[in-house]
Design a protein. Structure first.
Length: 532
């Protein structure tokens, strides 16, 4: 059972009467007559009228609050509040001041700010730490030449793809791994310490509390990235000594996907607002409209009133339904895994089966569900110690009523009559690709030249892929004239650059499609390097 996050989790659902009691800001939906917008979201809700005409097929989200899957479904009360907010003009400085005070009341933090996502909250917080609301400094960001403070300390356990939001301000990053390194890293130019919340922090010597004790003694604020966490009241990170904490609004809070929260020290949060639109300078592009601001405030109001225990029971009942349906198939087993920590706090269902007997693995089932109708997004299951079993993982976090039945039916249909996937026979290679190849890549609006150094042994390829800045190992294969080459590189801050070259070879030339994962696709061609 989910642990209570504050003292009000047993309060009944948020009603129109609650809206009227919540103050002027929250009476807007009732006054504007937007009851229709507050209708419950169900699996039967028609979305094809919006997405169908432009050829986009909606997804049943059994993975979680991933941005690429559009986060979460906004609460009806949030939709209603945003629709009402859109019908009046307000002065944004006055709105930020009022919302900041209300967020302080709700969250027990000193002050609050609505931002355009958690990443923007991190950027505005970083700008506040180097400029402090001083416009002479603010308008020069990200050129920090002449700034008194221009360094960010980031523990190694917190290096991640999202710390780009901190680096974007222009600060030099100092990475530390031990308490001794942390203490040595502090200096007169230290502006902030950034921490990515999670179990890796509390299981290391550099916990939030350890870092905050040393940072606070030197007057350096600690900024915690808690994007995917549930909102705790009082806030666990602020209580541990952090000065600032940032959250995503489009995840567990079920506010607008474009919303985020920055909570903490009043002076720094107010300085962060200075760096945000509508004010000019570096943060102008990160604009929060009155609609998102009211939507986020409503989401936080709702968080303090939602029946979290009832939500947990509902999620568990959905997983039980799916488990009961698929467990009727011989050799299919299920288990529910409970979460640890505060991030993406939801149970998940593991559905496993013997790979050899069924002839399909979890990855194939995930792709099949995602590419056929009705579309369902799941993850392959963690197999643990038993590599002979494979499967899928179902997360109920972002499902709406009725979708658990769709998932159960689709899994049952596949697993009750599994379409055995026999591996295709590999043919003799049409060429020996060993040697150096000069590669031309045509991106969306740019051309780059890379180099592939290939070694071929039968149908197997290995070697090196030399990119614009970094050389990484590659692996691949050749089946008759079909070539596939893959390389991966992980940046120290978490960015993963994966390249899959797929195409055909004809003599001393190759060409095809380049799959770059989240960075989409490109065209590529290659010629064998001419010897001088």
């Amino acid at each position: 059972m989910q642990q209570p996050l504050n003292g009000k989790l047993d309060t009944p659902g948020f009603s129109r009467r609650d809206l009227l009691r919540g103050g002027a800001v929250l009476t807007l939906p009732a006054l504007m007559g937007v009851e229709a917008l507050a209708a419950p979201v169900t699996a039967a809700t028609t979305v094809a009228d919006v997405y169908g005409p432009i050829g986009v097929k909606p997804i049943i989200n059994g993975r979680g609050t991933y941005t690429i899957l559009s986060g979460s479904i906004m609460l009806p009360e949030v939709r209603a509040a945003m629709a009402a907010a859109a019908q009046r003009y307000v002065h944004l400085d006055e709105l930020a001041e009022a919302i900041g005070a209300r967020l302080a009341e709700l969250t027990k933090a000193e002050w609050g700010l609505v931002t355009v996502g958690c990443s923007a909250a991190l950027t505005h917080a970083s700008a506040a730490c180097v400029a402090g609301g001083n416009p002479d400094l603010h308008v020069r960001i990200p050129n920090l030449a002449g700034f008194p403070k221009d360094e960010a300390i980031i523990p190694k356990h917190s290096r991640n793809v999202y710390d780009a939001a901190v680096r974007a301000v222009g600060m030099r990053v100092i990475e530390v791994e031990t308490v001794a390194e942390l203490e040595a890293a502090f200096g007169p130019r230290t502006a902030v310490v950034y921490i990515l919340a999670g179990p890796n922090v509390e299981e290391s010597p550099l916990t939030t509390r350890v870092i905050a004790e040393r940072a606070n003694a030197r007057g350096v604020p600690v900024l915690v990235d808690a994007a995917a966490e549930v909102l705790t009241i009082p806030n666990v990170h602020l209580e541990a000594g952090a000065a600032l904490v940032a959250y995503s609004g489009g995840k567990c809070l079920r506010g607008p996907q474009t919303g985020g929260l920055l909570l903490g020290r009043k002076d720094l949060v107010k300085a962060a607002w200075v760096s945000s639109a509508p004010h000019h300078g570096f943060g102008r592009s990160m604009k929060v409209g009155k609609e998102e601001a009211i939507g986020m405030l409503t989401a936080v109001e709702m968080w303090t009133k939602r029946d979290h225990d009832a939500e947990w029971k509902r999620w568990t009942s959905w997983l039980d339904f799916i488990a009961h349906r698929v467990s009727a198939i011989d050799d299919v087993t299920t288990s529910v895994e409970q979460p640890t920590g505060l991030s993406n706090r939801t149970p998940s269902l593991q559905v496993l089966w013997p790979r050899e007997r069924f002839g399909i693995d979890g990855g194939w089932v995930v792709r099949e569900l995602f590419t056929t109708d009705p579309r369902v997004a799941l993850f392959p299951a963690e197999r643990g110690k038993d590599a002979s079993r494979t499967g899928v993982s179902v997360t109920p976090y972002m499902l709406v009523p009725g979708e658990e039945k769709v998932i159960a039916d689709r899994l049952y249909a596949i697993l009750s009559k599994p379409p055995r996937q026999e591996p295709a026979a590999v043919g003799p290679p049409a060429a020996d690709l060993s040697g150096q190849w000069d590669v031309r890549i045509e991106y969306a609006s740019n051309v780059s030249h890379h180099t592939l150094h290939l070694r071929q042994r039968g149908n197997v390829l290995d070697g090196a892929h030399q990119g614009d800045f970094v050389t990484r190992d590659l692996q691949g294969s050749i089946d008759r004239d079909v070539v596939v080459v893959r390389s991966n590189y992980n940046e120290e801050h978490g960015d993963a650059l994966g390249y899959t070259f797929s195409g055909k070879v004809a003599g001393d030339r190759m060409n095809g499609t380049l799959d770059m994962g989240e960075y989409l696709s490109a065209r590529w061609s290659a010629e064998r390097h001419a010897k001088a």
